[in-house]
Design a protein around this ligand. Structure first.
Ligand SMILES: CC(=O)N[C@H]1[C@@H](OP(=O)(O)OP(=O)(O)OC[C@H]2O[C@@H](n3ccc(=O)[nH]c3=O)[C@H](O)[C@@H]2O)O[C@H](CO)[C@@H](O)[C@@H]1O
Ligand SMILES: C=C(OP(=O)(O)O)C(=O)O
Length: 425
């Protein structure tokens, strides 16, 4: 297993361009199953999760041909509901995204359980409820079977929670269902909006995009098309965090700042700001990192919520930034029960953090961090430990960097280009 060796304390300077959004690329790749015509996808990130999704699609009969770096021609001329490799499905959460398009396209799929980040129980019930509502038979005996030999029929679907991937599965299935559908309590993250725009490019009829009530007119077939995946806002914010905790200054090209309003508000409470210049973001070196108290001097709370509120996937980055901001902040992530345990490693580096329970921690900043040897537990915690190591005095080792490579393209090279002292070994 590869590791990163980092010599911390070097301010980052320079320019980067983020890769395409992992959480958009994965559903868009799965959505290519909905048409037998070729699709050209541009700005597909070169990351481990995409490699796993590609292997899954290939085993279902899909051709995926690289045209140039980050650009793929994908054609699902004929699909076969083959027995999918359970180990491959377990590698990524997004393997569950095969359920919607395969049930709609071929009426049959045997799907082993998905995997992904180990950050607590991750239910799939909402996915099953949505597909059942559209008329699919769903059974589970260590593997899922989705069966709809006569196709799917549009329905009024009320999701029992605003699950991101369940919304995506429902959207893909409704697009080819007979008749009209409504998806209520839909999630509306940027990647869900992007999936809707992509499907409309292929001839789907999805309305109210970006809202929590989607209207979908089913169509008998989708055609081919071309689409460019948008920038990964999670990578953008991770690099903003890296610049801030190293007191550096960077320019991020094509940063997709239209999606960052809430993040800016929340990071603003930690004293972080940036300048938007066209499509770019500039993080200035001079930041007054002081926690902004709530009215009456109360300790501010940063908590996660479905979009357009603050995303859970940025919680660990915000926690590391808070260790470098003067003041006290309460962090609350009710979504996942195991996302906060990585704070132990920050404490080992010198951070003052009280883990109150699996969902809450209090960070008292600013503290100097010192280099440590660590293991990357999950993708975002891994990236956060990398930020901490870049900010720390002395040497750090981060093992199990495959967790970071799942979602960040060439992260070590990008950091090196910004002047970081980082080696992959
Ligand atoms: C491949 C992909 O796109 N993964 C993302 C997707 O995962 P994923 O789609 O798996 O996450 P979900 O949106 O289903 O839910 C995340 C967690 O929050 C809970 N929950 C969610 C919504 C809600 O209204 N009530 C509720 O309790 C769920 O039970 C689950 O435990 O969305 C998550 C939440 O943004 C992100 O962390 C993941 O990076
Ligand atoms: C939790 C994440 O990914 P996944 O859902 O793919 O495990 C993430 O991207 O932070």
């Amino acid at each position: 297993m590869e590791q990163f060796n980092i010599e911390g304390g070097v301010p980052l300077h320079g320019e980067i361009t983020p890769a395409g959004n992992k959480n958009a690329a994965l559903p868009l790749l799965a959505a290519c199953l909905l048409t037998d015509e070729p699709v050209i996808l541009k700005n597909v990130p070169d990351i481990l999760d995409v490699k796993a999704m590609r292997a899954l699609l290939v085993s279902l009969g899909v051709d995926m041909i690289p045209l140039e770096p980050n650009t793929w021609k994908i054609q699902a001329k004929e699909v076969r509901p083959a027995d999918l490799d359970p180990d491959l499905c377990r590698k990524i959460r997004a393997s569950i995204l095969l359920a919607g398009p395969m049930t709609a396209r071929s009426g049959d799929l045997h799907l082993p359980p998905p995997g992904g980040d180990v950050i607590g129980r991750r239910r799939v019930d909402t996915h099953l409820i949505a597909l059942q509502k559209l008329g699919a038979d769903v059974s589970y005996e260590r593997t899922f079977r989705f069966h709809a030999p006569n196709g799917l029929t549009g329905a009024d679907i009320l999701l029992d929670e605003a699950s991101v991937t369940a919304t995506e599965n429902a959207i893909m299935a409704c697009s080819l269902a007979r008749g009209d559908s409504i998806i209520r309590n839909a999630a509306s993250e940027p990647h869900i909006q992007e999936l809707c725009h992509f499907l409309n490019t292929l001839g789907a009829k999805i309305n109210n995009i970006g809202s929590n009530t989607l209207h979908i007119e089913g169509v008998p077939r989708l055609h081919g098309g071309e689409f460019t995946i948008g920038p990964d806002y999670l990578e953008v914010v991770s690099f903003i965090g890296a610049a801030v905790v190293t007191h550096g200054s960077i320019r991020i090209h094509n940063a997709g700042s239209k999606y960052l309003d809430m993040v800016r508000l929340v990071f603003g409470r930690l004293g972080v700001d940036w300048i938007v210049e066209g499509e770019d973001i500039i993080v200035p070196a001079e930041q007054r990192l002081v926690v902004e108290k709530d009215l009456g001097g109360a300790i501010p709370e940063i908590s996660v919520m479905p979009w357009p509120a603050f995303p859970t996937d940025l919680m660990s980055i915000a926690i590391v930034v808070a260790t470098q901001s003067q003041g006290t902040t309460l962090f609350h992530d009710w979504m996942y029960p195991s996302r906060m345990y990585f704070t132990d490693k920050l404490v080992g580096m010198g951070a003052q953090i009280v883990l109150c329970d699996p969902h809450r921690c209090i960070v008292q900043g600013a503290t100097r961090l010192y280099g440590e040897k660590m293991e990357s537990p999950d993708i975002r915690a891994g990236m956060s430990l990398l930020l901490a190591a870049l900010s720390a005095q002395g040497k750090s080792v981060i093992r199990n960097v495959g967790q970071i490579d799942r979602g960040y393209e060439r992260v070590d090279q990008k950091l090196k280009d910004l002047g970081a002292h980082i080696q992959r070994e």
